[in-house]
Design a protein around this ligand. Structure first.
Ligand SMILES: [Zn+2]
Length: 331
């Protein structure tokens, strides 16, 4: 409140705002913590993953115990955030975020924070943001570099307009690594933009896309307004929001930068953890069951089946092999 641009009025606005954070890993952790400490009214945090030891170097809300227990990130995050501020209003969502889910999550939101690790989800956030007229704050980091930009429907170009000029995505955190300071810097810049938006300080917001490398001490700011395309499928004159239209049927995907195949069964086919337990017993695998998922092994692959029927096969990059294993297990 002592900080003039925020003041008492701004603080009140923060206290009545709802922010949705997509992703609860490296960026989602510090963003959520800063917003909770800032007195945010309501937070929704969505993430599909659980805590692993390799996360601990940079994902500040988690502990070794969370990794040992394979606690879902959103569950561990909520626990820690409530320790920080016991009256925080937090909704957690342990799921893969698709179009219909995202539209539901942001229904009464003032802002969306991008804490994801892939382009596909960013395009989806971008479509939902433009469809609903809600700003979203893009953040990305890999190695020692980071990118930040606040996308505002009706004012800035959109993420889809930028795609032709964005750097290629060959480098991911799993191949190039990532150092914690670049995470912190991206999260700090994103959260600063969030506070400006929420307190009505739109004039102070970034107008250029920021890209920096804290190892080489370089920073570039790029004006992107000229990249706006009238024919853009998201922000153009005839938007179709292509990322919102989910293909029918069972969805198979290799998770970005990870040796993991994700399988989301068709809506009509709800796999349960009991199905997983039956399969594990049938194939003679040891299994571990938590309130959130059941884990078992097929050949050399570690399989994790979540409550809502989503299946991860770790140690695998080959979609066809993933399909084969899925059908072999569940018909
Ligand atoms: Zn566009």
């Amino acid at each position: 409140m002592l900080f003039k641009p925020i003041g008492e009025t701004g603080q009140k606005r923060i206290g009545s705002a709802h922010v949705v954070i997509i992703g609860c890993g490296a960026l989602g952790s510090p963003i959520a913590e800063m917003l909770v400490r800032a007195g945010i009214g309501k937070l929704t945090i969505a993430d599909r993953d659980y805590v692993e030891r390799s996360n601990l170097q940079r994902q500040q809300l988690f502990t070794e115990q969370d990794a040992d227990e394979g606690t879902p990130k959103v569950v561990a995050a909520e626990r820690r955030l409530k320790d920080i501020r016991r009256d925080s209003d937090i909704r957690i969502v342990l799921d893969h975020v698709d179009g219909p889910l995202l539209e539901e999550l942001v229904a009464d939101a003032h802002l969306i924070m991008d804490a994801t690790d892939n382009f596909e989800t960013r395009l989806l956030i971008n479509d939902v943001a433009w469809k609903k007229g809600i700003p979203w704050i893009h953040g990305a980091c890999v190695g020692s570099s980071g990118t930040v930009f606040p996308f505002i429907p009706g004012e800035t170009a959109c993420f889809r307009c930028l795609l032709p000029v964005l750097p290629s995505v060959n480098e991911t955190c799993d191949t190039a690594g990532i150092i914690a300071p670049s995470v912190q810097l991206v999260a700090a810049r994103q959260t600063a933009e969030a506070l400006k938006w929420l307190t009505g300080n739109e004039d102070a917001m970034m107008t250029k896309l920021l890209h920096f490398d804290i190892w080489n001490n370089t920073q570039v700011e790029a004006g992107i307004s000229r990249l706006r395309r009238p024919t853009c499928e998201t922000c153009g004159e005839m938007p179709t929001y292509p990322s919102l239209h989910k293909p029918e049927g069972t969805n198979y995907a290799v998770l970005c930068g990870r040796e993991t195949v994700q399988i989301i069964p068709d809506n009509g086919r709800a796999l349960t953890m009991d199905d997983g337990e039956d399969v594990a017993k049938r194939i003679g695998s040891d299994y571990k069951r938590t309130p959130f998922f059941i884990e078992f092994h097929v050949e050399d692959y570690r399989c994790v089946l979540f409550q809502n029927g989503r299946l991860l096969i770790h140690g695998l990059r080959d979609l066809n092999k993933g399909r084969q294993i899925y059908h072999q297990l569940f018909g």
